[in-house]
Design a protein around this ligand. Sequence first.
Ligand code: LLP
Length: 431
Amino acid sequence: MLSSNLTVGENGHLYFGGQDTVELARQYGTPLYVMDEVRIRENMRMYRRAFEENFGPGSGPLYASKANSFKRIYEIAAEEGMGADVVSGGEIYTALQAGFPLEHAYFHSNNKTDWEIAFAMDHGIGYFVVDNREELDVIQETALRKGIRQKILLRLTPGIDPHTYEAVATGKVDSKFGTAIETGQAREMAAYTLGLSGIDLRGFHCHVGSQVFGEDVYERASDIMLEFMAQCRAEFGVTLDQLDMGGGYGVRYVDSDGQVDIPAAIARVAAHMKAKCAALGMELPKISMEPGRSIVADAGLTLYTVGTVKKITGYKNYVSVDGGMTDNPRYALYGSAYTVCLATRPEDPCDLACDVVGRCCESGDIIQPGVQLPEPHRGEILAVCTTGAYNYSMASNYNRVPRPAMVMVTPEGSYLAVRRESLEDLVRNDL
Ligand code: LLP
């Protein structure tokens, strides 16, 4: 099995996080997002422990909530002592509704609107991760109006190619995010920021990309960032003590994907940074990182009911399910690989080569092409694995398809975390 939380029960059904997925589909309906609470907590603890063991006090991971944002996950993050990376007024609102302590939240985005800046500050956001000069000026004005000094990090682009897919590579000089070190603009931004009385510059942030496997990507990025911090100390006489290294490690979607030993990788990065700081004659700053995918991806699975099974003799077979690009747009957007299996009979011999497709009115609505399955019957339950990240958070109502429910499983049972959208929900805002 792809992941240790996937097992086969005595009844031959696929189990996830200790629960029978066929039973979950019967109880809650399909399409259904299922999240394994134990795995979420294990993943959060793995990062926290690695940070505690390798970096000093004040360092730690933040959950990048764009990967999957709903009230319950902010409660879990708070219980597990994780900070949060939030990217919109909507994520901030959701976190607040969950009682998440906003002083542990970092507000990202390359285009924070004026109301979002005021809203975040009104609710005591911990940090703004400032992308650009325009935004910095609005934060300064808002802070002065409120009579506070707002803590910030400046987001910089170290000019690193993380060798992931183009849509999620962000650390290159020509990125829409952040301020480039190479062009000298980062130095100018730092100098400008240090002159602003409403701003408390604490350090820097970089994010090279997502689904990162490259062995030395974080090492190379940290070299550039630490050198920049040393340069700031020499030029401006200030020691800034925070460095946020951005998103976390890549995850395994199919058997052929690599698997990162995350604690070992963090230990290597930490050793590298300590040596670099020693060479630069500086203290190791407080280090943070913002894993999203590697916290929730393997803690999630989607269940569908099989509908049409269409065989085009001599050409191709299609298995259609009751969801699709509306609940998982990642194949349509990025050509992402997924592991698909029949939840009702995961161990039966695979005798059908097919494309698993959704129910939307376009040919690009593919969940996964080239899948091998036991030939399914209408009404059987199909599972797509590793859907905990960037599925629910990217879901849409295309074709007026209601978004699925999300259920949490624990060893003891299951509970609803997000209810299924109703038909009334679909027209709620129509006038
Ligand atoms: N920090 C920043 C500033 C980010 O932009 C991201 C992801 C993260 C942290 C979290 O990275 P992770 O640990 O999840 O790799 N929709 C795409 C992924 C977009 C990632 C955007 N930024 C997908 O489905 O693959």
